[in-house]
Write a protein that binds this ligand. Structure first.
Ligand SMILES: [Cu+2]
Length: 363
């Protein structure tokens, strides 16, 4: 039996304690309302799965800026693809509780996609259903509860929504919850694919980039948030060339705010290059590039249950925050597309304030 596929579009919707947001500007300083995660537009939906069944869940982080650390109670998330690209292996991310020391949840930054297989646990004798929660480990529990309370107020005004169920759930345990997973119905004995069975699923053009392929010029990118160094007191700014008093905050890529008239970064068709990307260490900027994915390393759980470095192909990677800027080195091959596109930070506010560049591939 083929695994049923479910798409989870995760969004972070801002609203106030009355469940409304008439003025978006008011939401910015009030950080507590930025962490409401909806799944396909629904707050804490119920996902149904049979005992023993395997389903393919395709997560899309379509949120504005907060990272999400995914984990499901009592079940591993068996990751098989990242950013729409098959991994060629199965990465078994740990269950939410109890978590193994040093092993982390599956991290999704804005713009990330992740495909996981979930095999539902069996029911105990006499049980007709069992409830689990899909959680976000990054979500502060108190904020989760506030968000949930506000959501209940909204839900109560709509007859079609069973607010009573949600209130009962939130009463004591479910904090940091994204969705409720209900295991119910007749048992289905479905097997997870092994790592070997997944090995040949990698797209044929995504073979590792060898050192001798790196013939195009090495690229360097630096994302800086809130750079003020080029503003003069009269507001005349050599970065964005505006003369308004609004010119105070810059989100820059290589010290420039995006301008359509800036010349694009040039890459050579059919060649490959190394990129060194640096964030400012203040914000966790997700670097995202269109058209060609890149090869990068991350820490992921291996067969021994510990975290190990592993290579994968992606098109979005978080430049971590946490004080010191940290370099990320990637490799990319410019395959069959000739023309222009963009690379940018996938925190949409940063991108809007200038953290973006044009890129052009030519012969
Ligand atoms: Cu950013």
């Amino acid at each position: 039996m083929a695994a049923e596929q479910k798409v989870f579009v995760l969004q972070q919707i801002r609203f106030g304690p009355d469940g409304k947001l008439e003025d978006f500007d008011k939401a910015i300083p009030d950080r507590q309302w930025s962490r409401n995660i909806t799944v396909n537009g629904v707050f804490v939906p119920t996902i149904r799965i049979h005992p023993g069944e395997v389903q393919r869940w395709r997560f899309v982080h379509a949120g504005v800026e907060d990272n999400i650390a995914l984990a499901l109670d009592g079940h591993q998330l068996h990751e098989i693809a990242a950013d729409g690209l098959a991994l060629g292996r199965r990465v078994d991310w740990p269950a939410a509780e109890p978590s193994q020391e040093g092993v982390r949840e599956l991290l999704l930054g804005p713009g990330y996609r992740s495909d996981v297989l979930v095999k539902a646990a069996p029911l105990a004798p006499g049980e007709t259903s069992k409830e689990y929660f899909l959680r976000d480990g990054m979500l502060p529990a108190a904020l989760s509860l506030q968000a949930a309370t506000a959501a209940i107020r909204v839900a109560q005004s709509r007859a079609a929504f069973n607010a009573g169920d949600l209130i009962a759930d939130i009463g004591n345990k479910p904090q940091r919850i994204i969705a409720r997973v209900l295991v119910e119905g007749a048992a289905r004995e479905m097997a997870l694919p092994s790592g070997e069975e997944l090995r040949d699923r990698i797209p044929s053009d995504l073979v590792p980039i060898r050192d001798e392929e790196l013939t195009d010029v090495e690229q360097s990118v630096r994302f800086d948030g809130m750079s003020r160094r080029s503003c003069t007191p009269d507001g005349n700014c050599p970065i964005c060339q505006t003369e308004t008093s609004d010119c105070k905050l810059h989100f820059t890529s290589n010290e420039r705010v995006f301008m359509p008239e800036h010349a694009p970064r040039m890459l050579k068709l059919g060649q490959a290059s190394k990129w060194t990307i640096t964030g400012d260490g203040i914000f966790p900027h997700p670097f995202h590039i269109h058209v060609n994915p890149f090869e990068v390393e991350r820490d992921e759980p291996a067969q021994d249950g510990k975290m190990h470095r592993a290579k994968l192909w992606k098109d979005t990677i978080i430049l971590p925050a946490g004080g010191q800027p940290k370099l990320i080195v990637i490799r990319s091959r410019y395959m069959d597309y000739e023309g222009e596109f963009v690379m940018h930070c996938h925190i949409l506010g940063h991108e809007d304030m200038g953290m973006m560049e044009r890129v052009k591939i030519a012969k």
